[in-house]
Design a protein. Structure first.
Length: 182
């Protein structure tokens, strides 16, 4: 039975999304402590709910509404987040505290987008996981872009158990809807 181009592209996006999740998981983590969490959204109603939440955040910046329009052109979204409110015990001071023990006693707060403060090493882990995931998408020819706005909306909707989340919408079109927005 023939598979239409549209169906083949959707299948490819979902295959790549799964590979992105695997790549994020196996990316190196400081001290081998893994607090990365991931999820794939692939249903139109899930993506629309996320886009609507982004529309509602335009008071934080008009770019939320702009990115929601781009998100609506995606076939799937990979969410990657990290829980970083504990320390990795390295006493580096990048969090702004004297040592990890002081950092861990400070009450954590939820801000407009994320919860914190966070251990810098967990944030570095998140960056490496994101880079590993988008490398896979890029190598497989799937349009993508890491978006703070998508992650902020996902955090507000409770889509992932994480303190900081970023989203990566995925698409196969003749024109990348996440960069070329004209």
């Amino acid at each position: 039975m023939p598979i239409s181009s549209k169906e083949a592209e959707r299948m490819a996006i979902l295959d790549v999304a799964r590979l992105m999740i695997a790549s994020a998981r196996t990316a190196p983590k400081a001290r081998g402590i893994d607090e990365i969490s991931t999820v794939i959204l692939s249903e139109k109603d899930e993506i629309e709910a996320l886009a609507k939440e982004m529309d509602g955040l335009k008071h934080m910046g008009t770019f939320f509404e702009r990115d929601a329009k781009s998100l609506r052109k995606s076939e799937a979204v990979v969410l990657i987040g990290v829980r970083g409110r504990r320390s990795k015990g390295l006493n580096c001071g990048a969090c702004g505290f004297e040592n990890c023990q002081e950092f861990e006693t400070v009450p954590k707060k939820v801000g407009k987008a994320y919860a914190g403060p966070n251990c810098i090493f967990f944030m570095i882990d998140l960056g490496i996981a994101l880079g590993s995931a988008v490398k896979v998408a890029s190598q497989m020819g799937i349009d993508n872009r890491i978006m703070f706005t998508v992650g902020t909306a996902a955090k507000r909707l409770g889509l992932l158990d994480a303190d900081v989340i970023l989203g990566i919408p995925l698409s196969t079109t003749g024109k990348n809807p996440f960069f070329d927005r004209a």
